[in-house]
Design a protein around this ligand. Structure first.
Ligand code: PHE
Length: 346
């Protein structure tokens, strides 16, 4: 071996390192030169036969150092390259629009129910529930709706089995159920929110499935005036302190006298507008003094006990409150429309 040979080996090593592109190629190169049968390893073992061991040793050392230096340098370079590649591929583009997370919101009818429930609870009422699949007895019979009354017609009511089991057509059967439980002995103050069903053709103001909130108060001194006062509180709570109320005579078999309860139009303040159909007033519930027949049938002595009852249409209140003009909106599943309710909140 001579200087020339050393230089040629070194230049060959240089070229090989220059061509290395991947870490695994570097490993191969290492074993090619420094492995058991590697070029440099073999050169080293040749020292035994060398004439001039010192200069031979120095030459092998030169090759070895060159190799090691180049190896370290290349390793560093490739590691850096790899790191940069990684950083590049994992880069987060903060200018990309974020994935939108859809946020749920309370059902608008549920919100009105909860609001009314807490108002009535603050006045000492209990919240009770009744079955949606109801018996003729509670839905009609005990409410003084005689056989043959038009509301009992199968054209108006969904009957499930014969003429005895039906989908309740109002929440008033809960009145009868509650009175029977009171056994003619205890005063009653309840509200009952819930689903109700009628065989209506669906349109903007009718839905075969709708909601009511029923109220019943039975006590020894309870008058139409108390009903008026209560309705006034509810109306002001729902539609603001300047809301006026009025009763109009009406007819329900289970109340006597019966009334339609109106609020002054919150939109035109009584001037007349499309919302109140130019009357200045909007009807939001039916109500009245509990009929003596109902008290009697449900176990309360009409000579001792008196009471009033009311039934609000929940969709009607929600529609007025949130400016919704089609009742079907509550019952379809179009998320875009349901979503639009959110924006109507306070
Ligand atoms: N149940 C009646 C209806 O569905 C409303 C009502 C309730 C009327 C209580 C008077 C008393 O129309």
């Amino acid at each position: 071996m001579n200087e020339e040979k050393v230089e040629s080996i070194i230049s060959e090593i240089n070229t090989k390192f220059e061509n290395v592109k991947e870490i695994n190629e570097l490993q191969l190169l290492k074993s090619e030169y420094l492995g058991k049968k590697g070029i440099i390893t073999e050169m080293q073992s040749g020292i035994k036969e060398a004439a001039d061991k010192k200069s031979y040793g120095m030459m092998v050392n030169k090759v070895r150092t060159t190799f090691n230096d180049l190896y370290e340098e290349k390793l560093k370079e490739l590691n850096e390259l790899e790191l940069n590649r990684k950083l590049e591929s994992e880069k987060i583009d903060i200018t990309l629009p974020a994935t939108k997370i859809r946020q749920g919101s309370p059902n608008i009818l549920e919100k009105v129910v909860e609001d009314m429930e807490s108002l009535f609870m603050s006045m000492g009422y209990d919240v009770v529930e009744g079955p949606e699949i109801e018996e003729d007895l509670y839905n009609f019979e005990l409410l003084n709706l005689p056989k043959g009354h038009p509301a009992r017609d199968s054209q108006d009511t969904f009957y499930l089995e014969g003429d005895k089991i039906l989908l309740r057509s109002h929440t008033s059967p809960v009145q009868a159920r509650t009175m029977l439980k009171g056994k003619g002995e205890t005063p009653i103050r309840i509200v009952c929110p819930g689903k109700t069903y009628r065989r209506d053709d669906d349109d903007a103001t009718h839905s075969h499935n709708f909601m009511q909130i029923e109220g019943l108060l039975i006590d020894k001194k309870a008058t139409l005036a108390d009903l008026k006062g209560t309705f006034d509180v509810v109306a002001k709570h729902l539609f603001g302190d300047d809301c006026k109320t009025r009763f109009r005579p009406s007819y329900y078999p289970f109340t006597e006298p019966s009334v339609e309860t109106d609020i002054s139009c919150f939109k035109c303040k009584g001037e007349g507008c499309p919302i109140c159909k130019n009357t200045g007033w909007i009807t939001i519930s039916g109500a009245g003094v509990v009929h003596p027949n109902v008290l009697k049938m449900c176990g309360y002595d009409p000579e001792v006990w008196h009471g009033f009852a009311f039934g609000f249409g929940l969709e009607r209140i929600a529609m007025l409150k949130y400016g919704i003009n089609d009742i079907r909106t509550f019952y379809n599943t179009d998320l875009r429309e349901i979503k639009a309710f959110d924006r109507r909140e306070d």
